[in-house]
Design a protein around this ligand. Structure first.
Ligand code: NAD
Length: 232
């Protein structure tokens, strides 16, 4: 079983105070792994915090040492969301070798590691990857060539059916909370892909909620399990 604790800090916490907590967690023998939820408030340097996390407790896989290992294909903690997507492709036996994969979004936590994992000599992987971002030209044309389209752009329902090749595999990483008075809690979740339009055109699509989100959590648990096994 897993034990978890949450340090809920105020948004005006100082960088020094946060570093102190990170160092305490690094030194705490009862902790196998931990993450610092990004993004951080503007007055705190994300990189400084990421660098302070001990690489062998960095279950998010964001420390440069772990990013380097991932890039070289060495065993390490793979970043949770991209690793969750790889696991989905594996479990659904989606062929990726030699396929055209287009990743939209180049963030350090999703798009960039996703593009690296899909291009490595692995299964899933071994695909020809295009990494599209905010300066990409002819995005629609590029997306239409994708056998596998992975969307991590952070814009609600950005991908519409005209951008999708028939029978493509579409992975929607985006999560947005939008107001919905018809729901008891007053909101619903949607992704970066217009699901109702795209789902009838593609062969597979991940729903929001329920697709990539739970896989991210499962990957974090898996990384924590690995961290614990390596220590004991
Ligand atoms: P981000 O804002 O850091 O990055 C977005 C990327 O999209 C940037 O690299 C940018 O270049 C690109 N982009 C922006 N506008 C564009 C445009 N018009 N055309 C092409 N590219 C454009 O976002 P992120 O942290 O990678 O997250 C992306 C989405 O995934 C968000 O909705 C976020 O909430 C969600 N997310 C979900 C999970 C999960 O577990 N499912 C995990 C992380 C992030």
């Amino acid at each position: 079983s897993f034990k978890s604790t949450l340090h809920h800090l105020s948004s005006d916490v100082s960088e020094k105070e946060l570093l102190k907590i990170v160092n305490q967690l690094n030194a705490d023998d009862s902790v196998d792994g931990f993450i610092v939820q990004l993004p951080l408030p503007n007055h705190i340097d994300d990189h400084k915090i990421t660098l302070a996390i001990s690489p062998n407790k960095d279950v998010d896989g964001f420390h440069p040492e772990n990013v380097g290992k991932m890039t070289l294909g060495l065993p390490t903690f793979l970043p949770a969301t991209p690793n969750g997507v790889m696991e989905l492709l594996k479990r659904y036996n989606i062929p990726t070798e030699g396929k055209n994969t287009v990743v939209i979004g180049r963030s350090s936590i999703v798009g960039t590691p996703m593009s690296i994992l899909m291009s490595r000599k692995t299964n899933p992987g071994n695909s020809t990857v295009t990494l599209a971002h905010s300066r990409t030209q002819n995005l629609e044309e590029i997306c239409k060539k994708a056998d596998i389209l992975i969307v991590a752009i952070g814009i609600p329902e950005f991908v519409t059916s005209n951008m999708v090749k028939p029978n493509a595999v579409v992975i929607d990483v985006g999560i947005h909370r939008i107001e919905d008075a018809s729901r008891k809690n007053g909101f619903r979740l949607i992704g970066d892909v217009n699901f109702s339009e795209v789902s009838s055109k593609c062969s597979y699509i991940t729903p929001v909620p329920g697709g990539v989100g739970p896989m991210t959590i499962a990957s974090l648990l898996m990384n924590t399990y690995i961290a614990s096994s390596e220590r004991n």
